[in-house]
Design a protein around this ligand. Structure first.
Ligand SMILES: *Cc1c(COP(=O)(O)O)cnc(C)c1O
Length: 417
């Protein structure tokens, strides 16, 4: 039997034509097609009455504490994995290095499969179960895939992951260990994507595609809800987020807006969206004010290497609504940020995870962000996901014979003692 509809969801609204639909298993607007991204609507008066600092005080510190603002029924049995309420660190030495008065890192690499994507996958598996699916699928080489495999395992759902032939072995291993059926498609990412969509239709699997699935973005929103609750009235001037498809920054922006509606913060921090120079079609559209033109996608930050983003409208809408800005950074700046964030902030992020730090540094140099302002950068993925890039960003270990005098000589040579 289908569980009852989520308590506070009133429907789904197309961001293009504004048509609203009832709450149900829809992906995009039936009238507008793939461009018609749907946005989940809530009864905010009812949510505000139920979700107060008083009620929050009695709840567990994970992202389900905002259940009134999530598309879930009360009966949904939540995955056991801890997701969300990731720590915020004050990092004065990194702040000095990027040239800003006050800087915080919110470490989303601390999620169960080590990336921000867990916020979305955790909601995705619940929606799949609510709609009666026995299996969930996606086409991805990266964090969305490992996250889906992990959460499917946690709730006992079958997962089928389509990966392109060239996917690195460590990533395939992470999928297999969670028990996912991994289909290695002899072809490109696009061909894996198409095959996945066809298989979902034919075999009745739920498609986890956060570009078009309206519910997954609601999971991503929780980082915005958390930033508002964790900082309260002291929310920083800027929230810095790396941007690929645009769902993450769009979700965080929505979360911040909702927390202002509910009275947890009284102003919206400005969003700074950071893309890689080799893959920045959303920045192009942000600057031109015109529809997005797909671009090539070539950057060391593979998790934001998106040439044809699906959620660009929502991303730009939220950035503009916050009086925010966008900026692009070169791969060298991302590599530098990897080292800096680890050495001066104690957080090891993957290239897309630290792109925000690089973007903030450039935005300060350009005067877009002022030196006397404050910022929080969301570190979206853990550095152990991609040690090849990390190794390129740093030096070598000292290789020595097991002899104290040799050790002393090397340490002197490298000015360590
Ligand atoms: C997916 C991802 C992003 C960007 O999210 P989008 O919704 O694609 O904009 C940033 N960093 C990491 C580590 C990611 O996995």
């Amino acid at each position: 039997m289908k569980p009852p509809a989520a308590t506070f969801v009133t429907g789904l609204r197309c961001i293009l034509c504004n048509q609203t639909y009832g709450d149900g298993n829809l992906h995009t607007c039936p009238k507008c097609g793939i461009q018609g991204i749907l946005d989940v609507q809530y009864d905010y008066d009812a949510a505000a009455a139920a979700l107060t600092s008083g009620t929050l005080a009695g709840r567990s510190y994970n992202h389900w504490r905002y259940r009134e603002l999530l598309p879930l029924s009360d009966e949904a049995s939540l995955p056991p994995l801890h997701v969300g309420w990731t720590p915020v660190y004050d990092v004065p030495r990194l702040a000095a290095a990027v040239g800003i008065h006050r800087l915080f890192l919110k470490d989303d690499g601390r999620n169960p499969t080590n990336s921000f994507k867990d916020r979305a996958s955790s909601v995705g598996v619940l929606k799949a179960q609510e709609f009666g699916f026995k299996a969930i699928a996606c086409a991805s080489t990266g964090n969305a895939a490992s996250s889906l495999a992990g959460f499917a395992a946690a709730v006992g759902l079958r997962s089928v992951i389509f990966v392109p032939e060239r996917t690195p072995e460590p990533k395939v291993a992470q999928l297999l260990i969670f028990g996912a059926t991994v289909v290695r498609v002899k072809g490109s990412y696009e061909s894996a994507f198409d095959l996945c969509r066809e298989a979902c239709k034919k075999f009745g699997w739920y498609n986890r595609n956060s570009g078009t699935n309206p519910f997954l973005v609601e999971g991503k929103k929780t980082a915005g809800l958390e930033i508002a609750e964790q900082f309260g009235p002291a929310v920083p001037d800027w929230v810095v987020v790396s941007v690929g498809d645009g769902c993450t920054i769009g979700g965080i922006g929505k979360g911040l807006q909702e927390m202002r509606k509910l009275g947890f913060i009284d102003r919206i921090p400005r969003l700074l969206g950071v893309q890689a120079e080799g893959a920045c079609p959303i920045l192009g559209s942000f600057l031109s004010g015109k529809d997005l033109i797909p671009s090539s996608a070539s950057t060391i930050a593979d998790s934001i290497a998106v040439g044809t983003p699906r959620n660009w409208r929502r991303a730009i809408h939220q950035i503009k609504a916050s009086r925010g800005e966008m900026i692009a950074v070169a791969d060298e700046e991302i590599m530098e940020a990897m080292g800096m964030t680890a050495r001066l902030g104690g957080v090891f992020g993957e290239p897309a995870g630290v792109a925000g730090v690089a973007g903030l540094k450039r935005a300060i140099a350009r005067g877009v962000v002022k030196r006397d302002e404050s910022a929080v950068v969301v570190i979206t993925g853990n550095g152990l996901k991609d040690i090849q890039s990390a190794k390129r960003a740093v030096g070598q270990a000292l290789e020595i014979e097991p002899d104290f005098h040799v050790l002393e000589k090397h340490l002197l040579e490298h000015s360590i003692i």
